[in-house]
Design a protein around this ligand. Structure first.
Ligand SMILES: Cc1cc2nc3c(=O)[nH]c(=O)nc-3n(C[C@H](O)[C@H](O)[C@H](O)COP(=O)(O)OP(=O)(O)OC[C@H]3O[C@@H](n4cnc5c(N)ncnc54)[C@H](O)[C@@H]3O)c2cc1C
Ligand code: FES
Length: 310
């Protein structure tokens, strides 16, 4: 069931904080839903966060990694997958939204968030931005691709289930958070997942991909090297992907744009632009697209790959 999306500015309580790597933390917070239509976030959306107190003035954009709906006693009413598939019960006052974020310490804003302790509070504005469409909803846009035509032909010949999954999901570094959260809301093994890290891994423990490919710069896990070691235009063609979803550093997204254009695969890329307000008021997050300048926080953060100008 569809629900109207409302953003809110609220205070959330830290209920868990875990160090995953030297500079990467998972932060779980809970906030009471104040009114029925307060929104449950969708995959790929983000919140503006700031610790209380904080050394920085502005809140910082952080993607939703996981979400659950709880009742006032802490009992789960809707799992992460239920929330993403919008199969949760009608939200009532006093229901609690549990949000989990993965945070990479960069400067003072994220450092303050990573130094929080259970029981302390944060400022929270959101959910903000657009979201990843499920493959079934995105496919219509990929009708010009060769892979789409091949799948249609296979459907007619009733050989579709002999085709490998048509969806590739790619996360680089802390960009793993929104795409891993998205993947965990999809049917198990309905996609291939590519994860690239500097060293070690995080955020992919519950990803149920048909094929999981990992690269690390230092070779500590998976293939030694960066994303191109496992994903090229030829790989996209061989695996007959129809759609690709990604979030990660800009050079990785630019590379994905290039190989997706070459292979005729539709890409949905989540951009991590610097943000001041997160709600379209400051123009601090303007990016260039083939359709003119766009505010990443309002029109994005997810854009169709071929429309971005890097
Ligand atoms: C949609 C979106 C989702 C994101 N999701 C995640 C996530 O899930 N996890 C995660 O760890 N990171 C995420 N980020 C990146 C995160 O927002 C930045 O790393 C964080 O804002 C850096 O803030 P800081 O105070 O720690 O560092 P700072 O040291 O304050 O910032 C690092 C650099 O960015 C500049 N900067 C910071 N804020 C602004 C601003 N408002 N305007 C201009 N320049 C600025 C600073 O000048 C500095 O050079 C996301 C970003 C976006 C846009
Ligand atoms: S962050 Fe202010 S307009 Fe986008």
């Amino acid at each position: 069931m569809r629900r109207r999306v409302l953003q809110s500015q609220t205070i959330a309580k830290v209920c868990e904080i875990k160090q995953l790597q030297k500079d990467v933390f998972s932060l779980k917070v809970e906030t009471e839903l104040k009114h029925k239509e307060q929104s449950i976030p969708k995959a790929g959306q983000f919140y503006m966060l700031k610790s209380r107190p904080s050394r920085v003035l502005l809140t910082r954009p952080i993607s939703v990694y996981k979400v659950r709906l709880l009742d006032a006693s802490g009992k789960e009413l809707a799992s992460h997958a239920d929330c993403l598939q919008e199969t949760f019960p009608a939200v009532q006052d006093a229901h609690v939204l549990e949000l989990e974020f993965l945070i990479l310490q960069k400067g003072e804003g994220t450092e303050d968030l990573c130094n929080l302790q259970v029981g302390l509070s944060i400022d929270l504005i959101g959910p903000l931005g657009n979201h990843f469409f499920k493959p079934s909803e995105s496919l219509s846009g990929a009708k010009n691709s060769k892979a789409f035509a091949e799948r249609e032909a296979a459907k007619e010949a009733n050989t579709e289930n002999q085709l490998p999954p048509s969806v590739a999901i790619v996360g680089g570094g802390i960009g793993i958070a929104p795409v891993s959260g998205f993947a965990q809301g999809l049917e198990n093994e309905s996609y291939d997942f590519y994860a690239s890290f500097k060293s070690g891994t995080y955020g992919i423990e519950n990803v149920q991909a048909k094929n999981l490919y990992i690269t690390t710069d230092d070779g500590s896990v998976g293939v030694h090297g960066m994303l191109p070691a496992v994903l090229t235009a030829d790989t996209l063609k061989e695996k007959k992907y129809t759609l690709l979803y990604a979030c990660g550093p800009l050079p990785m997204l630019a590379y994905l744009q290039k190989i997706c254009l070459e292979a005729g695969v539709q890409a949905w890329l989540s951009m991590e632009e610097k943000m001041g307000c997160g709600v379209g008021a400051c123009l601090g997050c303007t990016i260039k697209t083939t359709e003119g300048n766009r505010q990443c926080c309002k029109a994005g953060p997810i854009f169709q790959g071929d429309k971005l100008i890097f």
